[in-house]
Design a protein. Sequence first.
Length: 420
Amino acid sequence: MAIEKFKTQFPGVRYRKHSTRKHGVKFDQYFFIRYQKDGKRVEEGLGWSSEGWSAEKANEVLAELKKAARTGEGAQRLQEKRAIEENRRREEQARIEQEEKKSITIDDYFKGPYLDDGKLHKKPRTVGSEEALYNTWIEPVVGKLPIKDLTDWHFQQIKAKVMKAGRSARTVHYVASVLIQLWGHAHNSKDRLIDSPPPRRKDLKLPTIDNERTRAFTQEQARQYFEAIKSRSRLWHDISMLSLLAGLRASECFKLEIHHFDEERRQIFLVTPKKAKSQYLPLNDAACDLLKQLKDEHPSKTGLFFKVDRGKNKGKQITEVSNTVERVIEDLGFNAEISDKRDKLTFHSWRHSYATWLLEEGASLYEISQLLRHSTLAMTKRYSHLSQESLRNTSQKIGEALQRGQKDEGNDASSVSESG
């Protein structure tokens, strides 16, 4: 049975009555609009008077559609109009939700999304260190700040706080690093909580770090160390020995594989970070003999020279220096009464010992720079003060040469006198 529809005072606007439901004193009315579209009559429903619709409101909608049809601008059908309005509503809702997300405080973001991600991809020690730095230096200054309002200026406030407390330049850099990572994490998130990328470290005017370590093991200290650590860990005895004999960094030892050792050419291939060029390093006899021995003892003769030898990570690549190294050094008293961290002996001191001992044996700074794979000679010049005695001994030769020359001239004069 066809539904009866009633005309209104507005042409093109009609309605039907609900069979039972009333709105006020009248039966609830459902409104329709009728118009021409592409030569066809179209009728579309709008809604009930109980939902806020009326003949007047329906006529306004119809007028908008007719105007759009005349001008070619805007929706020309109710379906299109509804789709546009729905998209507009969704966009507005998305904008509101985005603003709400951007209003999250730095404290809530750090302890939420940032740390959650960090616990999945970073070492527990790194996460713990970042938490400590954040809680001590960052949270008191910007913790309550909406993350969208973070600016370079806040870096300066935090830097001033750290320096006022008398902390080292390195601490300032550590704190800045946490905030830069936090900023980058928020900027690169799918919601782009911070519009601009994090500032570059060089633009933050951070204090210069004086972290040059040049203290080396003496030969007697080396003897004591290797004797002590061999009984505790053969693994770290061998890694330390290779670092000394080849001047390798800890990370270079950890990444060294059996096939990187070319026994015939007496060299190793060092795999370096992407930004640096991988390279071959010539080996001295002692280093070559050590690697040959380790290769012969290697159970599979393939893969890494050194792997974690105990605990849940046994068999995996080593990622950090074992505490055993530090404990041995401390037990031997090598760092007793040393207050400046730069003067304390560490695993990295084996690389410094390599350079220092070579200087004492007469090697030039240029030769050592090449062996250490320094990018510039300036990096090697930190060892220059260690070779002053060698240079003094070298300069002494000019005086000796002069004396020999004077002596030779005197001998020639005597010979002439005697022959005359």
